[in-house]
Design a protein around this ligand. Structure first.
Ligand code: NI
Length: 148
């Protein structure tokens, strides 16, 4: 039988190190990672470190990837054409757009993007500022190249 899916790194690349921490802080950390469904502290700590590097990439205006999500009422005047105009103006950043008809009035769109952080933030700002667009969020991720 096959073992559990092998990690992308070799075991020899893994370094163990001790961390000194106040008991109260560690208790809070354990509560947090239980809520987030981590199975162990190491995986939680790895994700926290990666998250810091992703934030740094966005600050540095390097190439990043992410998703812009928003909801709008497609009956609202001009909302559709405005959104499509903006998407065409930024087509170099957009990998794909998924459109979901939530109900009779509301549409959900997820725009997957990759490019320079500053430009993606501009696109996200423009889309979420369209009159009739609600709950716009930008989910910042990484191209993965620097995460390991
Ligand atoms: Ni729709």
């Amino acid at each position: 039988m096959h073992e559990k899916a092998a990690p992308v790194y070799a075991m020899s690349d893994i370094v163990r190190f001790g961390v000194s921490l106040e008991k109260t802080l560690l208790d809070r950390f354990d509560t947090l990672i239980r809520k987030k469904k981590y199975t162990n502290r190491s995986e939680a700590l790895r994700d926290l470190i990666r998250k810091e590097f992703v934030m740094k990439e966005w600050g540095d205006d390097r190439e990043v990837a992410g998703a812009i999500t928003y909801i709008y009422d497609h009956h609202k005047r001009d909302v559709l054409t405005t959104i499509i105009d903006i998407q065409h103006d930024f087509q170099k950043l957009i990998i794909s757009t998924q459109h979901i008809h939530l109900d009779h009035d509301n549409c959900l769109e997820v725009v997957v993007v990759r490019g320079i952080a500053r430009e993606i933030e501009t696109l996200a700002d423009m889309l979420t500022a369209v009159k009739g667009v609600r709950h716009g969020t930008l989910s910042m991720s990484s191209t993965g190249k620097s995460l390991g």
